[in-house]
Write a protein that binds this ligand. Structure first.
Ligand SMILES: [Zn+2]
Length: 961
């Protein structure tokens, strides 16, 4: 009968709920505190969101079974601008958004009308997401739920901000930020389309003179000023003549726009078409040299000033653009200008091993570039830039900088030009294009007197570094990414003008930014329970209260008095924090590595003592749908709740987890869901079949399968500890199937009717390990197996103290002989009338184990083995059969190390006995004939083809007639 997934889901969810199964309070057991980044409720969750939360839930459920008192809580992040932006779009009757609410997210129309209030949007999707989490079976303690706009949370954030400020970690200053000119608000990842973190870099603006006017160029390589041969303009651009802080500059309109945000005073004077600048001359800011302005198509208005200095020896674009003019490939160049250009020769100023005198020329030749619109110029530029930066030295034509390494000279040159007053600084976004969620192109703004988290602070970084060093990071490959982020981090604006959230406690014009009020909230879960029950009121939560709960500072009686609670209650709240803190595992998607996860560590090390620093971070990749990225425009987003209704919670959980390990992208597709459903269904049917835990038999195959089961437990446990969940799931669902098949074959061959006990034990073990992954169906199967308590409260299975290596070797011998027989009959196409097996002579077994032990300790030389074996009485026969050593060594070397070890531990096995006793029933079942077994040294053996002498340990000789 096909399973009704929704019904099973409901049944077990309500049992968990009624049993208050996942409500966690401090007790005597060791604890684990598992948290995952709380969701931002501006839309329902889709399958992609399911991954991080499911991973965390599996982790929580696993630890519960390992005997820990596990706290897995959830909150909702209302802070920030996106929800505000949405409500504005609803107010403006944005058709696209309203249609998406209606059709994609099935929001009732009356509700959408309420969405003009941003809190109503957040509330609606909050309930939607929460319902989805419950339906997915997440083992969350909902008593601790909160949103980031409740008064108690705001008190907590005020405390956080005041504490950081007291430590001088929040500073007021003038720093650059990513900025939306439309919203007049700083932007970070949460505020941009496509969740791009705005990143910017510093250009040096070098001012060339053209009479009284300044022609500025922006460069990342100020040292190349010594190699300039000309300037480039784009004749198609209409440049602007503007007053910049009193000087007259000629720049692109885009540049003028951007400079305003960098606090330059800009006054427009006149337009000046690029074509008018062609052929004019400028003088160098640091010498008497004159340079010609010539046209090039690669110059864009949106980069730098829209004017570029040409360094043809080291910049492939510049070299090629000059060549294009010299070769006559460039249209609209007058003959007189061409003859001027023909005089221009590259000036080499850097020497780098591996490049010739003119590096740009070398690389252009090598790459086969023939004109300035060739995209390969980008690669050529990167190659030269990076090689020269790390290995290049300045030539003698660079004055006082001659002989210096490029890596170190950049800052010196910058300072030198700056002292002449002929340079400036310009900050530009390095991302291709960053758009605010309102659709406006973002810029870099120099923000004055703004509040910043001083993430550039070296001591602070050092502490965070220490924390990362001592922390477990899964997967470990991503550790360096964190350290890089930390190294590059600078001051970060932590205040916003608009949005939901908490006001900066000392500056009520500003709100706390959303990546700043979501970094230590894990500690708030420990008191949220008391807030929600009304045991403590927000209005009574003072800084003293938080300082007592988190640090134990102050007089408890006075503080309890101030908080209008009993001293006992205050102690209870503090105990709750001390018990659950630190965070044992923090789960999040990879996109939060460069911001949230790093800030989480920074703020913890700033505000909490070392013993409360986070212990672990687990990072996961995203989810693809049928191999493609999920997106609204692709129309391939499946809301999580719809998916649960259609497929059931567990099939979704498993198909998200089984296709990828942590950092890889997981792929969700219908085939894998239905494959998983079939597998679970058949396991379920087996649970009904083998529902009684009868006495377990003692036949060799019984001993064997229990040893295999023990190995399975150790493999799965090992993978779980590393959060290699894909691997664990494969072991649990499929890894045991071939063993079970073999067991059934053996038992059936013997016509046994007492195998239900073993199969019940096997299923019990597998279901119990499956339960963190597929909690609903596992409970159902567990019940079918005859267990009275719930599997989610059972213990994680333990491997047997000793697995029987001999039993494992015996069975592997049997199955390999069966395989060999089947292969021989297939190749020879004979229907066997006789099957005769010859087991190896006793000396061979002894020799085998000597060779095995030699290989394990690193010996592989045949000569050495032969010499040693001959020298010993029990194996001296080897001299009559030296080929045996060669073949045996080959047998052993072709096996995995693990198997060699079990063979070693199993010791010599009596093959004649095992094969006669255990193989006969299998041969009779498969071939309907009687098996004959002889030892190689049996003088009365039937051996017409002289095969017996070929027998080797674990490789008996076979004769089929
Ligand atoms: Zn905007």
């Amino acid at each position: 009968m096909e399973l009704n997934w929704n019904q099973i889901d409901d049944k077990w969810r309500s049992r968990w709920y009624n049993a208050k199964h996942f409500e966690t309070d401090p007790n005597d057991k060791p604890k684990k505190f598992i948290t995952v980044a709380y969701p931002y409720p501006n839309s329902p969750q889709h399958i992609g969101h399911g991954r991080t939360y499911t991973l965390a839930d599996v982790h929580a459920r696993y630890y519960r079974m390992k005997g820990y008192n596990v706290l897995f809580p959830m909150g909702f992040h209302y802070t920030g601008t996106p929800i505000l932006g949405m409500s504005k779009r609803v107010q403006a009757n944005d058709v696209e958004l309203i249609e998406a609410f209606k059709n994609l997210y099935n929001v009732p129309e009356e509700k959408i009308k309420e969405f003009v209030d941003p809190v109503k949007i957040a509330d609606y999707f909050h309930e939607e997401i929460k319902a989805g989490m419950i339906e997915m079976g997440y083992s969350i303690d909902w008593r601790r739920e909160f949103t980031t706009i409740i008064p108690a949370y705001q008190k907590f954030i005020e405390w956080q901000f005041r504490s950081l400020k007291q430590k001088n970690l929040i500073v007021q200053g003038n720093h650059p930020v990513g900025w939306c000119p439309n919203d007049q608000n700083p932007v970070s990842q949460h505020d941009t389309l496509g969740d791009v973190e705005p990143d910017f870099t510093e250009y040096i603006v070098i001012k060339f003179n053209m009479g009284h006017e300044i022609i500025p160029v922006a460069t990342l390589r100020p040292e190349t000023l010594f190699g300039v041969t000309n300037l480039w303009i784009n004749p198609k651009i209409v440049y602007k003549k503007v007053k910049v802080d009193g000087e007259t500059w000629i720049i692109s309109a885009e540049c003028a726009y951007k400079l305003e945000f960098l606090n330059k005073k800009i006054e427009f004077i006149s337009d000046i078409p690029g074509s008018e600048l062609i052929g004019k001359k400028v003088t160098s800011p640091t010498s008497e040299d004159e340079f010609l302005i010539i046209p090039a198509s690669f110059v864009t208005a949106s980069t730098g000033t829209g004017i570029v200095m040409s360094v043809p020896a080291h910049a492939p674009y510049d070299f090629q653009a000059l060549e294009d003019i010299k070769n006559g490939n460039q249209k609209n160049i007058s003959d007189s200008l061409r003859s001027e250009v023909e005089k221009i020769q590259p000036v080499a100023i850097i020497t780098t091993n591996g490049f010739g005198k003119i590096p740009a020329q070398d690389v252009i030749k090598r790459m086969g570039i023939t004109n300035q619109s060739d995209p390969k110029l980008e690669d050529a530029t990167k190659e030269i830039y990076s090689k020269e930066f790390y290995e290049g030295k300045l030539n003698s034509n660079t004055g006082k900088f001659a002989g210096k390494k490029i890596t170190f000279v950049k800052e010196e040159v910058k300072e030198w030009i700056s002292k002449t007053g002929k340079s400036d600084i310009m900050l530009e976004l390095t991302n291709e294009s960053v758009k605010c969620r309102c659709g406006t192109e973002c810029v870099v703004k120099l923000l004055n007197n703004q509040w910043f988290l001083d993430y550039a602070n070296k001591e602070w970084k050092k502490k965070a570094h220490d924390c990362f060093e001592s922390m477990n990071i899964l997967p470990n490959d991503i550790r360096t990414e964190f350290l890089n982020v930390l190294d590059w981090l600078r001051e970060r604006a932590c205040a916003r003008q608009h949005g939901l959230g908490t006001k900066i406690p000392w500056d009520s014009d500003w709100l706390v930014e959303s990546l700043a009020d979501s970094v230590i909230y894990m500690s708030f879960y420990t008191m949220a329970k008391f807030v929600n029950s009304g045991e403590i009121l927000a209005e009574n939560m003072s800084d003293e209260f938080f300082n007592y709960v988190f640090y134990g500072n102050g007089d408890s009686n006075a503080i309890a008095n101030g908080a209008k609670i009993t001293t006992g209650k205050l102690e209870e709240i503090r105990k709750e924090f001390l018990y659950f803190y630190p965070v044992d595992s923090r789960h999040s998607g990879r996109d939060l590595v460069p911001n949230h996860l790093t800030f989480f560590v920074l703020n913890h090390v700033a505000l909490f003592p070392k013993e409360n620093w986070p212990k672990e971070i687990v990072v996961n990749g995203s989810v693809l749908m049928d191999g493609k990225k999920m997106s609204k425009s692709m129309g391939n987003i499946i809301p999580l709740r719809n998916a649960v209704k259609t497929y059931g919670a567990d099939p979704i959980r498993l198909s998200i987890l089984i296709s990828a390990e942590l950092l890889q992208d997981a792929d969700f597709n219908i085939e894998s869901v239905s494959g998983i459903k079939n597998k679970l269904q058949s396991m379920h049917d087996e649970c009904i079949k083998f529902n009684s835990p009868e006495k377990i038999g003692t036949e060799p195959e019984d001993v064997w399968i229990q040893s295999r089961l023990s190995k399975l437990i150790s493999e799965v446990t090992d993978s779980m500890e590393k959060m290699r969940l894909r691997e664990s799931l494969h072991h649990i669902l499929y890894g045991f199937d071939s063993d079970l098949q073999w067991y059934m074959k053996r038992a059936n061959a013997k016509n046994r009717d007492n195998i239900s006990g073993v199969l019940n034990k096997v299923l019990t073990t597998r279901i119990s390990m499956l339960s963190p992954f597929a909690p609903h169906i596992a409970e159902e199967m567990w019940e079918k197996l005859g267990h009275s308590k719930m599997v989610s409260k059972s213990s994680w299975p333990k491997e047997e103290a000793q697995t029987d290596d001999r039993a494992i070797q015996n069975e592997s011998l049997l199955s390999s002989v069966m395989n060999d027989i089947s292969n021989i009959t297939k190749v020879t196409k004979i229907t066997p009338k006789k099957i005769i097996i010859y087991t190896a002579d006793n000396w061979k077994s002894k020799a085998y184990h000597k060779i095995l032990s030699g290989v394990i300790s690193g010996e592989t030389n045949i000569g050495t083995f032969i010499k040693e074996l001959i020298s010993q009485k029990e194996t001296e026969t080897v001299k009559k059969d030296p080929d045996f050593v060669k073949k045996t060594l080959k047998d052993i070397l072709s096996e995995p190390t693990e198997l060699r070890k079990t063979k070693m531990q199993a010791g010599e096995i009596d093959e004649t006995e095992i094969i006669s006793n255990e193989l006969s029933s299998l041969i009779e079942t498969d071939y309907r004939i009687k098996l004959q077994v002889f030892s190689e040294n049996d003088s009365k053996k039937y051996d017409p083809k002289n095969k017996a002498r070929m027998a080797r340990p674990y490789k008996p000789a076979i004769l089929i007639e």
